[in-house]
Design a protein around this ligand. Structure first.
Ligand code: SAH
Length: 468
């Protein structure tokens, strides 16, 4: 631990601020919030400090710095743009044993100012050891949702490049903008995903090409949004969703999940209903490429898991061919989500030793499967997109030797507050679908494990706005 975090009581204690500009005013504002008795020493004052002086909140002395004014002070802050004065303040304070902070010069400080989340009486203070104020601010902004495990390593990366960046970008605002981009963009993502060497290389390139005319290349995150319940998202999915500039989402993504995407991200609906694709797959692939080439961080949000009947493979294939960086975040697939929330274990030592995930909707619109391989004893079958072909599915399984009394479950809108579970067998299932007006998205689970539902069901939500 390089610094010991402490919380100081400065109420009515004399504090000196050397410097009267905007930077000084931000420190004065904090000291005011802490109830300190502040004297500002500066030949000229910015609007904000002048305003406080007029209102009697701070005392101002319009002189050059004189070390004697520090006597009796509880705390000193130097915020001048004169390096010699800053150093003089630092040394004078140290000799007198007074804690001193020199803005943006950690080597001259005996204490550093944390980033603060003020929820009085609870205060959360964040420090990066003075290595990067921008980073501290970003941590603060994210604390409420989640702190990625890689932040420590990100800070190390910043320290490593800090001087180089300072030399390259001589103006502070430009430098801040650069760090903001780096700390929120693909380079930080590389660090979070454990690719530190690649992050370092990318950062080096980014610094070198910073003034070039080439626009930055964005990145695409293919994210599994799970079956509906937002609590089933992974931390990583949530983290990327909160960084996105654009989100391209499917019909299956639940509104509660979509709600968690960064407020000001652009939202593009890519549709995908049976036989009614809002945007053809070809176009979605190219849309992702186009957005990434415009420098955007694109979250391609899919229901369930992107690699299970999600065409995720096709989309990243196009990205790979175009050299666009991408990542894939797994999600809880409908089979896992629906089985869990319906109390139907997909395997069980007494009933099933294997489970197969099957699509009930083939590209040519038929259900043309290897029925013989599917109709095996002690195997659970999970049909995705099977509602339309339910009659064929049940008929063919019986035809290939499965007892008509084999148990089957329909799970509609699994894991959501509208979840419905209907139990039947291969003989009765098509009639149940019709009678109960079962609608997509529905998953069909076939096999002896279905009989466990009666004993193991636990999820009993109060339905909201069920349309059927
Ligand atoms: N990639 C998705 C599946 C896409 S295919 C995943 O991994 O879950 C679409 C089919 O998934 C739907 O027709 C339906 O059969 C199933 N499905 C998806 N979400 C579901 C849900 N919440 N409840 C029931 N079935 C669901």
């Amino acid at each position: 631990m390089d610094f010991l975090p402490v919380f100081l009581n400065l109420k009515k204690r004399p504090c000196a601020v050397i410097g009267g500009g905007e930077v000084a005013s931000r420190k004065v504002s904090l000291l005011l919030a802490a109830g300190a008795q502040i004297t500002v020493y500066a030949p000229t004052l910015c609007e904000t400090i002048r305003h406080w002086a007029d209102a009697g909140k701070v005392r101002c002395v319009a002189t050059e710095f004189d070390p004697d004014v520090l006597v009796g002070c509880a705390l000193v802050i130097a915020a001048t743009d004169n390096a010699a004065v800053n150093r003089q303040v630092s040394e004078a304070s140290k000799t007198r044993g007074i804690p001193v902070n020199v803005v943006d010069q950690p080597e001259l400080c005996t204490f550093i100012m944390p980033s603060i989340i003020d929820r009085s009486p609870v205060i959360i203070a964040v420090s990066t050891g003075g290595s990067s104020p921008v980073l501290a601010r970003l941590i603060r902004a994210r604390l409420e949702a989640l702190i990625p495990a890689g932040y420590g390593r990100l800070a190390k990366l910043v320290v490593k490049f800090r001087d180089q960046v300072k030399q390259h970008f001589t103006q502070a605002p430009r430098r801040r903008q650069f760090w903001e981009d780096v700390l929120q963009g693909p380079i930080a993502e590389l660090v979070y995903s454990g690719q530190d060497a690649a992050a370092e290389k990318a950062l080096q390139q980014r610094i070198e090409s910073a003034d070039g005319s080439k626009p930055p290349v964005g990145e695409v995150y293919l994210v599994g949004g799970g079956p509906g319940d937002p609590d089933l998202l992974t931390f990583r999915a949530l983290h990327l969703m909160q960084q996105a500039d654009v989100v391209v989402y499917d019909r299956l993504v639940s509104p509660a999940v979509l709600e968690l995407v960064r407020r000001d991200a652009e939202r593009i609906y890519a549709g995908k209903e049976r036989d009614n694709h809002a945007i053809p797959q070809e176009d979605i692939n190219h849309l992702l490429v186009r957005l990434a080439k415009a420098g955007k961080r694109v979250v391609r949000l899919k229901g369930g898991d992107p690699f299970i009947f999600g065409r995720g493979g096709e989309e990243i294939d196009t990205l790979a061919a175009e050299g666009i960086p991408f990542q894939v975040v797994p999600g809880i697939t409908a089979a896992a989500g629906c089985a869990a929330y319906a109390g139907i274990p997909l395997t069980h030592r007494d009933y099933a030793q294997s489970v197969v995930f099957v699509t009930g909707h083939l590209q040519d619109g038929t259900v043309n499967l290897n029925w013989k391989a599917l109709a095996q004893p002690r195997q659970t079958m999970v049909f995705y997109m099977g509602l339309h072909g339910i009659e064929t599915i049940c008929r063919e399984l019986i035809h290939h030797g499965m007892p008509p009394s084999t148990k089957a479950a329909l799970v509609q809108q699994g894991t959501t507050r509208n979840q419905r579970v209907l139990i039947g067998d291969l003989e009765t299932l098509p009639a149940i679908v019709e009678k109960a007006k079962v609608k997509a998205p529905t998953l069909i689970i076939v096999g002896d494990v279905v009989q466990l539902h009666d004993r193991l069901k636990w999820f009993a939500p109060t339905a909201v706005n069920r349309k059927s």
